[in-house]
Design a protein. Structure first.
Length: 278
């Protein structure tokens, strides 16, 4: 029994590490990766009902959260380096992963076939993601040393980032770029700038706690509408990942193979070949 628990939490840690690592790429949504790895629902319901079984939920969230943080710290530079060396194949790997996750997301709507309601909510999800482009880039100024005058900016940025962590299809790193916080955040993370991380982390935590109950309610009460909207979020997130198609036969082949690898990996995972079923 103990061995099974260790294996279970080892899988949770590996999934958290993968989520945190992938989140460092602008455009890639941690929520989408969580869905692909079949851990999203469990994360939402564990946060929303943490006090119902505090010990179990706390250790699950602590394991996943710490692993995400370790993934962001340890692999952020490597993934960003790969993104700089071969940006298009890396991006197409994630696009392939998103395309590969679509059948699983459709299954979560519990529909046997597409209906008008699911189409409408899917389109609403797409519109919401495209609407984020209306937010001016570099909206917040949190450069330099911390001052009391920056508290409103931390609150606004923290709540917005909380939403990006909760909703699939909305990229945490992309939101950091929108608010002009991308370099500042990862610099603070790798240099352990505790003051900055606490000031941003507290409103993020408040935002998550404020929205998570609502998310749990709609996922449980309206699975068709909510998962259709999430499907729209996820599909629309491709626009932020796509940065063009390469030229040159070698790069084209590499890009196509990366796309196929991303899709095939996700299809294998979501078919239960690489992970245990919850």
């Amino acid at each position: 029994m103990q061995k099974n628990k260790l294996k279970e939490y080892g899988i949770y840690a590996a999934k958290g590490f993968a989520i945190g690592s992938a989140m460092t790429v602008p455009g890639v949504s941690g929520g989408t990766v969580a869905i692909i790895l079949d851990i999203y629902d469990k994360m939402v319901f564990s946060v929303a009902s943490i006090f119902k079984d505090f010990k179990k939920n706390f250790f699950f969230l602590f394991t996943v959260g710490l692993s995400m943080l370790l993934g962001m710290i340890s692999l952020s530079k490597l993934i960003l380096l790969l993104s700089n060396i071969a940006p298009v194949p890396v991006r197409f790997f994630f696009i392939g992963a998103i395309v590969g996750s679509i059948p699983m997301l459709f299954r979560k709507t519990e529909l046997k076939k597409v209906n008008p309601v699911s189409v409408i909510f899917c389109l609403l999800g797409v519109v919401c993601v495209f609407a984020l482009d209306l937010i001016p880039s570099g909206l917040l100024d949190l450069s330099g040393s911390f001052s009391l005058a920056q508290i409103p900016a931390f609150l606004i940025g923290g709540v917005a980032l909380a939403v990006s962590l909760i909703l699939p299809g909305i990229s945490f790193s992309h939101m950091l770029l929108v608010f002009g916080l991308y370099e500042r955040f990862y610099e603070a993370l790798t240099s352990f700038d505790i003051v900055f991380l606490i000031c941003l982390g507290i409103p993020i935590a408040i935002g998550i706690l404020a929205f998570i109950k609502l998310l749990e309610f709609v996922l449980t009460k309206y699975p068709v509408q909510s998962y259709s909207a999430i499907l729209g979020f996820v599909i629309a997130s491709i626009k932020d990942i796509y940065i063009g198609f390469p030229s040159g036969i070698g790069m084209i082949i590499g890009t196509v193979l990366a796309f196929i690898a991303g899709g095939a990996l996700v299809l294998a995972v979501t078919c239960g070949k690489l992970t245990d079923q919850d």
